[in-house]
Write a protein that binds this ligand. Sequence first.
Ligand code: FES
Ligand code: FES
Length: 131
Amino acid sequence: MAYSDKVIDHYENPRNVGSFDKSEENVGTGMVGAPACGDVMKLQIKVNPQTGIIEDARFKTYGCGSAIASSSLVTEWVKGKTLEEATQIKNSQIAEELALPPVKIHCSILAEDAIKAAVEDYKKKHATTPA
Ligand code: FES
Ligand code: FES
């Protein structure tokens, strides 16, 4: 199968690879797996507690090129967004941006789920403090 140029670009030059310390107060961590292929994606956000804006993001993905490209793209997209805005990112937008073929759509779903999980985790940590 041929990967699109954007997939290859993100795969060869992944943005924001790495981890934050997940015990940090202002970090949210989402870890999701794809039952279809066994790939695993970890996506983290760093939130400014004053503004509620996502200031930085990191990912580690054990998976195919499309999964890596999807997570790389999403870490770029979430920066500067509020938590609400970040959860509105749709896998269809990711798939469209990367021109993913139908068999690779679940890779983009992984990225959507990972960002939602990261936001959930952050919210859980801050459930007792006013947002
Ligand atoms: Fe998951 Fe592509 S099948 S690596
Ligand atoms: Fe399964 Fe890409 S995440 S093939």
